[in-house]
Design a protein around this ligand. Structure first.
Ligand code: CA
Ligand code: CA
Ligand code: CA
Length: 193
């Protein structure tokens, strides 16, 4: 995914920028407040190996002022052994482009199912990771993760239809594992003002 940062032009939300860790992409929480915003990985299909391959991210500000909806896709739909899918959305709450919090999902199995959701505080020093992370024991944000039929944005891409990057082909070509998070702004000690 590209590394770019777009301004968010609303007080309160202006200080909240979303980063999907693992792909180095800084993304706005919302560019409009009427519709969800989906960013498909501009690296194309299968640009990262195995369990690190993310396909897209969607943010939806419709639940504001109390929460945001964030979803992201892993290309893979099955993980074996002790391996897991792991990804975090990073949140910048003081508008300096660096992460203050990370909401992370771990998933695994065949088919992939949700294993855990964790919230971390970060030391506000990095734009692409949760540096100096410390776990937050109690939080209100929630996430699910499950294989969703037809959710792969690269399903029609010819280069995607090979068996090199899917444990269970052809299922993984058309389907992704989708994490769906309801992000409670109260977890960050902020609201949409
Ligand atoms: Ca990808
Ligand atoms: Ca897929
Ligand atoms: Ca920050």
């Amino acid at each position: 995914m590209q590394t770019s940062k777009k301004a968010v032009s609303r007080s309160g939300l202006a200080a909240l920028v979303l980063v999907l860790a693992g792909v180095g992409a800084v993304m706005p929480v919302a560019m409009t407040f009427a519709l969800p915003v989906t960013l498909v990985d501009d690296g194309g299909a299968d640009d990262a190996g195995g369990q690190k391959d993310l396909s897209q991210i969607t943010t939806d500000a419709a639940p504001l002022p109390d929460s945001l909806t964030v979803t992201w896709n892993w290309d893979d739909t099955s993980i074996f052994g002790s391996n897991t899918l792991d990804a975090c959305s990073l949140f910048d709450t003081d508008n300096d482009g660096k992460a203050n919090y990370a909401l992370c999902v771990t998933a695994g199995g065949n088919p992939v199912t949700h294993q855990s959701t964790t919230l971390w505080s970060c030391d506000d020093s990095k734009s692409d990771r949760c540096s100096g992370n410390s776990p937050i024991g109690s939080f209100s944000s929630t996430c699910t993760a499950a294989v969703e039929a037809g959710s792969d944005p690269f399903a029609s891409a010819p280069a995607h239809a090979n068996a090199n990057d899917c444990n269970i082909a052809p299922k993984c070509f058309d389907d992704d594992t989708v994490a769906r998070c309801t992000v409670k702004l109260s977890d960050f000690g902020t609201t949409n003002r």
